[in-house]
Design a protein around this ligand. Structure first.
Ligand code: ADP
Ligand code: MG
Length: 327
């Protein structure tokens, strides 16, 4: 398993994606929003990798690029060594069987008109797998995998008859029914209560242990990432700020933005904060030239350096990488 965990199953190299926003069909003059800016990362087989950042930092864009719902402007995305940008036809279908996504909102991601059986069975139908009898068995197994037991009690129910946590488990069963190698969970618990979220984390963890499925876990919460992930990448405005083992990154954060994210979380059972205090009270104007994207908000920023140059990701000890001039 460890040897497996050391080879990348997914890699992104220098991936950039921008959108036009604010323009209309007639006047395509909108501002260009760079959602991802030369992102490079590797996810090893069997690991749970956390992509952490606040809303709008580019996390969902990364997941949409990986599953092929969007195409990068630049850069390469490889899965199992194969370039997956622009896959078509049979190769695309094979790939979509191996990579599944669980979305944030279990209220919107499930079709209200489909029974739980039809919801979980649909991917088998789409991919032409099995017949009536074998599909029913696979659906029941997938529901059991998602800890909806006994599965027969769920088959004829509809999403509106289930709780938020149960719906998310149905989404997990639907993702797992194809026995994927790679699962993307895009903020899967942000609509759920804390105790239900914790159960879902445990379930995701068990999926990795039982099936060896590799995971990209997307979250705005470093606390959630610490619960679940082996390694994390902290993303700020489409650029990687820091990357390392979950433990090292959270116990010994280097980037002022990672520290700010930790400061935003009071420690469990203890009212005082981490006390890094890296955020300015008032944001500075964004420099016109190249700059560290965190400069306007960074209390530690060095003038004539951070506002004039963009830092690059540097490797510190034990694979810990940070993009900040202070290191
Ligand atoms: P996150 O998932 O981290 O909240 P997103 O990847 O959804 O971030 O968005 C990153 C940036 O890209 C945001 O500024 C967002 O407004 C912009 N963006 C995302 N999708 C689109 C789109 N289809 N059209 C225009 N802008 C978009
Ligand atoms: Mg998102």
């Amino acid at each position: 398993m460890n040897a497996l965990r050391d080879s990348p199953i997914l890699s992104m190299s220098d991936v950039t994606k921008s959108y036009r926003s604010g323009g209309s069909l007639l006047a395509a003059s909108g501002r260009r929003v760079v959602a991802l800016d030369r992102i490079s990362l590797e996810i090893n087989a069997g690991e749970i990798f956390g992509l952490v950042g606040e809303s709008g930092s580019g996390k969902t864009t990364a997941s949409r690029l990986i599953v092929g719902l969007e195409t990068p402007d630049d850069g390469q995305i490889r899965f199992g060594g194969e370039n997956i940008v622009g896959l078509k036809g049979r190769a695309k279908r094979e790939f979509t069987k191996q990579v599944q996504v669980i979305f944030q909102d279990p209220y919107q991601s499930l079709n209200a008109h489909l029974s739980i059986f039809d919801t979980v069975c649909e991917p088998l139908v789409i991919h032409g797998i099995g017949d009536r009898g074998s599909r029913r068995i696979r659906v029941c197994e997938a529901l059991e995998t998602a800890e909806l037991t006994p599965p027969e009690a769920y088959l004829n129910r509809y999403p509106h008859q289930l709780s938020g946590g149960q719906r998310q488990r149905v989404a997990i069963a639907r993702a797992m029914v194809l026995e994927p190698r790679f699962l993307i969970a895009d903020e899967p618990t942000s609509m759920l209560d804390a105790s239900i979220s914790f159960q879902i984390f445990r379930l995701l963890h068990r999926l990795r242990e039982t099936f060896g499925v590799t995971m990209l876990f997307i979250t705005h919460s470093l606390a959630a990432a610490r619960n679940l992930c082996d390694r994390v990448g902290v993303i700020y405005r489409g650029r990687l700020a820091e990357q390392g083992t979950a433990r090292e990154t959270i116990m010994h954060p280097r980037h002022p933005y990672t520290k700010a994210l930790l400061d935003a979380h009071p420690r469990f059972g203890c009212s005082n904060r981490h006390g890094f205090d890296t955020l300015r009270d008032v944001e500075r104007p964004r420099p016109e030239t190249d700059h560290c994207l965190f400069y306007p908000r960074c209390r530690l920023a060095v003038d004539n350096l951070c506002n004039l140059h963009a830092p690059i990701l540097k490797t510190l000890d034990a694979g810990h990488r940070v993009s900040c001039f202070l290191f």
